[in-house]
Structures are given as C-alpha cells and as structure tokens.
Design a protein around this ligand. Sequence first.
Ligand code: SF4
Length: 352
Amino acid sequence: MSNLPLIYDLTLDEITQMLQTWGEPSYRALQIWQGLYIQLWNTPDQFSNLPSSLRNHLSESFRFSGLTPGTILQSRDGETVKTLLTLVDGKAIEAVLMRYDERNTLCISSQAGCAMGCVFCATGQMGFKRHLSSGEIVEQVLFYARTLKQQGKRVTNVVLMGMGEPFHNYEASIAAIDRLNHPLGYNLGERRFTISTVGLVPLIKRFASEKRQINLAISLHAATDEERSNLLPVNKRYPIADLIQACKDYVELTGRRVTFEWALINGVNDTSESARKLVALLMGLLCHVNIIPLNPTRKFAGQATTRQRAEVFKNILEKAGIPCTIRIRRGIDIQAGCGQLATDANQTKPML
Ligand code: SF4
C-alpha cells in the first residue's frame, strides 16, 4: 500500500480548496464528495463523471483505501460479522456489523490498541499502538456501507465502542462523525452515533459544552472507587464522584440522557449489593443502564454472569426507577468482544 494521504481524511471544504489549487472548477469537489459518500466508490477509476486528467491527479495524490480486510468471522445466526482490518502500517483493528431489529449497527475502532488498560478487555491487554486518523475511522463505516448497499440497505447506527478510547482520540473521532453526518454525503444523523468512553472527565466536559446530538455512553462497571479502580485503572485519575458530576453537568447542559454500560462479571459486580450501590449512585440522573454479560477474554479470569443473576440485577434497578436493558452478547461465538481478533493479528505482525 502506498504512503499517499488518505482521501477520507479530507473534509468537503478541504477538497474544494485543493481543487482550487489544482485549477479545477469548484463543482468538481461535490462530485468527488458524492462519489465517495453516496456512490461509495473506492477507486479513482469509478469516478466516470470526472475527466481522466483529474482522475489521474487524484490517484497520484491520494489513497482511496487505507484498510485491508483480513479474517472475516460470522456468528452462527449470521447476524453479526466481525472483520479484521489491517492499516497501512500493518497494525490491525476490528469493526463489527450487527444486524437486528431492522437496524444495521456498526461497532468501530478509534485507535489501534488502547492505553486505558481495562483488565477485562482484550484491547486493553494489548496496550496502545496508535491513534487512528479521522479517515481511518470513516473508512470502517464505508467498508460495511458498501456491503449493505449491495443488499439495498444502509448503516443505521454507529457506536465508537470497538478498539480504543474515542475521547483519547477526540478530534479524529468527532471529525469522523462530522464527515459521515454531512448532509451532502452519507448523511447519517448525529443521533445515530454513540461515543462510549471509559470516563475521561475533561473530555466529557468538552463534549457537553459542544452540545452535540451524539449519544454518550459511559463504561461504568462498578459503583465504588475501590471496585472500579480494580477493573478500570483510569478511575484512579478520574474517580467516580468526578465522573458522575460530569455526567450530571452533561445532562443539565444538553438535556440528553447518559447511557451507562455495566459488564456483569460473575461474583464481582453482579450481586444485589452491587445493584443497590449503583442505584444510590445514579438516583435522580437522566440515564439508562445497559447490563451486558461479560465477554470472556484470555487474560482475565472473570466469567460472565448467569441470565438469572442478570435478571435479579435488572429488577433492583427497575424497582428504583432506573431504566435498564439486558443486552444480549451478540456474536459471542465470533469473539465479538473488542480486540480479541486483532490481538492475534498484532502479535503476529511486525511493528512498523
Ligand atoms: S474497554 Fe475500551 S477503554 Fe477499556 S481498554 Fe478496552 S478499548 Fe480501551
């Protein structure tokens, strides 16, 4: 793969400015943009509406593909597909398509590896490799959008909940959403996106101040600092009180609810006592709790809870008036927990 810049790293304005410097008419910018984000073309040759001189100039100046698909795993029910994608420098990431309830939801990566070190997470166990560019985040969506288009379908929802902490790569994550949200392009509404953070308080504050329509999810998993710090080292830096205050400020500023993610680990955070602590923490906050039986990983001894214990946990929250849902572990048979496939790939590939 060449070292040319990636075309998906450019905004429409940047393409317009570039064409000006190339002496091309400005309307060509929209033709290129719509070719990329409506036609979903990914080679310069496909832009048959452009003169060949411009197509050649584009192909000499940009990469139209920064991701090479590798292993593709499909769940037994066929509704979840996970693809290993290799970046131009050889690092591996993952993107997952989940088809259910008429939705085509993508779970995409914002970084190769992750610096947050959550003990139950295969990506955290791998360590940080590098940030993805906005174009590399965008291209994961376009990759699946092309497949869905062949079936007459579209991506309906995108969650930045794959490999990496999206707020650790804040500008690129938001820029990628802006690009996919552009009304003259793929035009996927802001409300169709969810950013999941482990709780980087300063960035939650920044996100709140921008008053976007993007959904905010917090990986909480424990309701006391001692328990949470054991699972999520970032909690030592941004303790629960600060995190919950930032969430309250977010709700106040935006009027939008916060989703809390709680991965139920057998005997660790799936007890009635844990549920009651969570109730005390979230009481009065506009929120929703997603209860997710843990995806087991190789280096973490914790096991998923039983369905019965998950139901007890849910009942305690609901009785206290806290809305919650037990999320089925989709694609457990294809290692759908983030980073499990890429761990193998990154271990077997030379670091560039
Ligand atoms: S759970 Fe998310 S934030 Fe934590 S290590 Fe894994 S990828 Fe990073």
